[in-house]
Design a protein around this ligand. Sequence first.
Ligand code: B12
Ligand code: SF4
Length: 552
Amino acid sequence: MSSGLEYHSALDSGSTTRGPADVALIGYQDQGNLGMGYLAAVLQRQGREVEMIDVRDGPEAIAARLLSRQPLVVGFSLIFQCFLPQFRRVATHLRSVGITSHYTIGGHFPSLCYDECLANFPEIDSVVRYEGEETLIDLVDRLSAGRDWRGAPGIVYMRDGEVVETEPRALVQDLDSLPFPYRPFEPETIGGFPTLPLLASRGCIRRCSFCSIHTFYRTAPGKVVRVRKPEKIVEEMLYLHRHHGVRVFLFQDDDFPLWGPAGRRWADELVGRMHDSGLADRTVWKISCRGEYVELDLFTKLRDSGLFLVYMGIESGDEEGLKVLNKEMTVEQNLQAVARLKQLGILVSYGFMLFDPSSTWESVRRNVGFLRQIVGDGCAAATFSRMLPYGGTPIRDRLRQEGRLRGDLTHPDYEFLDLRLNEYHRLLSQTVRPWIHRQGLSYELNYAWDEVESIKRLAPTAQGTENYRFWLRSLTAESNERLFRLVEESSLAFENGDESKLDAVAVREYCEEGRTRLLAMRNAFIKRNIDLLMDTISRDCASGPVMAPQIH
Ligand code: B12
Ligand code: SF4
């Protein structure tokens, strides 16, 4: 058997141009798509030809690409339920131009809400539930051999208007038995450094009420949390570093497996191997984890082997909110985790839901007070969202029972207990769009933070890094405080019947001006160091792409 390294060197050499594809996988390619990458890799190992397509290419372009190939199977990867209409438009168009393949779909929403999915997506022949590697191979084998695909375990389909579910298929037991994901797309970059996602584990043992991940992994038979061997993770990182020039790794695990003594032993081995392989000196990495694992000794070791950014799903700064969300964390624990990361010089990123079904005027303001405590100093730009009751989550069931569920299949929603909060939330989200939505000021500030912290570690001799960081911190603190005050003052006023404090024009002007200031400083910093950055990006990588950091 060939090793992962040999396997991948062979694979990446142009397999998309080898003739008709047995399987076309269509999905979002934002920051890569590991689900599709794993599916493609296991099919390729079976000798199948696979094409990976970004759904954003649009129905016409996708049809033009597939029409002459007529793949055996077209597989849609719907990991975000809000995009169901977009996927359906593609499928409808493919059918209308005569692409007669078997259409299947997988991901969280189809797995957990297969009946709703089939009812609203009639172009689909089958739904593959849970992890799709083995089921998709089985489905493709059956279809290519002309055997009855309806007998494949792990699928759901419609027969005479009835939903038929075959026996569920167990989760992949040994993640290291899977090949590395197929990654045919150019990596995205941070500061010019090629950046790719990877996984160290799958599954999560918690049960947060708003999250579909634990339901997804628990409803399927098999062990919920599976962790890869550090040896294999480092092998994959080395491969990506040497062959794709990757310098920034994004671990997309639901909860990086650091819990308990076993987690510590595992982390020790991972860290040791990163040092031995030289990755610790040449690359940086990000994880997502729960705040309760953030202990100084453990995170010092992780930082010293390249950890530069930690994402935590903090979600609420209010004890009642944390209970409703079933976070099994306290406000104090979250505060402590953030303080420790700051102490260690690790960048903090977080998920936060300013609004949840238990929200009141007071809890909104308490949440703002909490955000001020964690990012008031400008260590990260403030962002927040509203909890949405996704399919397969316990909170959706509860809201439905309480008669509070609103919205539709793709945009599920609910009403607050104080009905005036609904209108406030609506107006507030419209107003703060230029701040907290994609491409908004907070989003750009956080990108700038990721970039400068990567540069600080990967190009430590860069000129002016400390001054730029100092400046960035003060702009971030200023922007955060403006946003906090807007929410505090407008919520107080709104509660008393005054809507005038939500001035969308003033917000847009401030955000535009902030972005202009940011861009000028950031570009000056990058220009000053461009030669050094180019040199660092190209160093030590056998065949990685060398791209200059973009100057906007
Ligand atoms: C990485 C990630 C992102 C990344 C990249 C996403 C990408 N392109 O892959 C980024 C940062 C862009 C992102 C953004 C968002 N994300 Co996100 N993200 C994730 C995360 C943490 C990991 C995805 C992953 O790599 N999983 C590992 C792979 C191996 O598993 P998988 O994708 O599930 O694939 C397996 C199976 O599902 C199945 N399968 C999947 N597709 C298919 C297709 C076929 C044909 C078959 C047979 C099987 C199959 O087989 C795969 C292999 O076993 C997930 C959580 C999670 N655990 O999945 C959330 C998650 C998918 N994200 C979520 C959300 C809500 C979002 C955002 C809407 C957040 C926001 N408010 O902005 C945005 C929307 C993105 C957009 N384009 O607008 C939700 C989706 C909930 C829902 N029901 O819709 C999740 C589930 C997290 C959560 N519970 O809150 N996200
Ligand atoms: S939100 Fe995070 S910790 Fe909670 S169940 Fe989901 S993945 Fe696990």
